[in-house]
Design a protein around this ligand. Structure first.
Ligand SMILES: Cc1ncc(COP(=O)(O)O)c(C=O)c1O
Length: 288
């Protein structure tokens, strides 16, 4: 079945979907994006994703392309036209549009919106229990990592480095030795005392929607958590480590660089949160 993409008001075959060469997203990374997970054909946490999109656009002074209600309609239509009734994701990119190349904003920008969707396999606990390897790399990004911009070059290079090292993710480390986040995920540990730790969301990281939901689920489950930075050494000596994102869900990390975490298997709290997140995805709350 052929995939359908949405490009500025039109639904078209994926292979024909294109934007102009002078789209500012293409020339300057002057745009933002969202990745929204689809579970059983329904968007997961659509509302907070749209809140974050609006915030990203606001920080870059890009005009919102349409109301949230209209965006939701387009998203639903993209899911419908791609016949995604199981798991999948929507990729949405919003840029400052097409204009004659000039770094400063154009006088009358026409915000551009592109959406694609694809199917994903059913999440399975089997793969999760083995965990994945992560490497550590210096965080070379800019100071506005809170904006979900399409300027992803540092993440591209970091993920490639991970790939070449046979690792799933690269954990980025700031100049003081603290882990900021993965190249496309937020980073968490469980300390020897059983505290769940993740970095506080400020301009150094993207405030993941999965991160926010996992914090909420942890709180409801009575798990003690603290939002603070942690070093690479602390992570390597932790009882558990994992990363979260819309596509990784809750992904246990069982090796960081050459250090095996605890007994090399996914930890109990990581699996508890994975299960809780899986349950959460099909609730009315996730579909609001
Ligand atoms: C740098 C970075 N941090 C964190 C995340 C996780 O965000 P979310 O949970 O909203 O997918 C992503 C997702 O792409 C990311 O790119």
């Amino acid at each position: 079945m052929s995939r359908i993409a949405y490009v500025n008001g039109r639904y078209m075959p994926h292979r024909e979907a294109a934007v102009h060469v002078e789209d500012r997203g293409y020339q300057f990374s002057d745009g933002v994006y969202e990745v929204v997970l689809i579970r059983h054909g329904k968007m997961v946490d659509e509302a907070p994703h749209l809140v974050r999109l609006e915030r990203s656009l606001g920080e870059l002074q890009i005009k919102t392309p349409m109301s949230n209600a209209a965006l939701r309609q387009v998203m639903a239509e993209v899911v419908r036209r791609n016949r995604i009734t199981g798991n999948g994701l929507i990729y949405m990119q919003v840029t400052r549009g097409v204009a004659k190349r000039d770094h400063a904003f154009p006088a009358n920008p026409q915000t551009s919106v592109v959406m694609t969707a694809k199917r994903l396999p059913e999440p399975s606990r089997t793969g999760v229990e083995d965990g994945v390897k992560a490497i550590t790399i210096p965080d070379i990004r800019w100071e506005r990592c809170d904006i979900k911009t399409v300027g992803l070059l540092a993440s591209v290079l970091g993920k490639q480095q991970a790939r070449e090292a046979g690792a799933y993710e690269a954990l980025q480390v700031d100049s003081e030795g603290f882990v900021t986040e993965g190249t496309s995920s937020n980073a968490w540990i469980v300390t020897a005392d059983g505290d769940l730790v993740t970095r506080r969301a400020n301009n150094a990281i993207l405030n993941g929607i999965t991160r926010l939901t996992v914090l909420k689920l942890a709180e409801r489950a009575g798990i003690r958590f603290v939002e603070r930075p942690f070093t690479v050494e602390e992570a390597k000596g932790a009882r558990e480590a994992f990363v979260t994102s819309a596509t990784s869900l809750v992904k246990p990390v069982t090796q960081i660089d050459d250090t095996v975490i605890a007994n090399g298997k996914a930890g109990g709290l990581s699996l508890q949160l994975f299960d809780a997140y899986l349950d959460y995805m099909t609730t009315d709350e996730a579909r609001a």
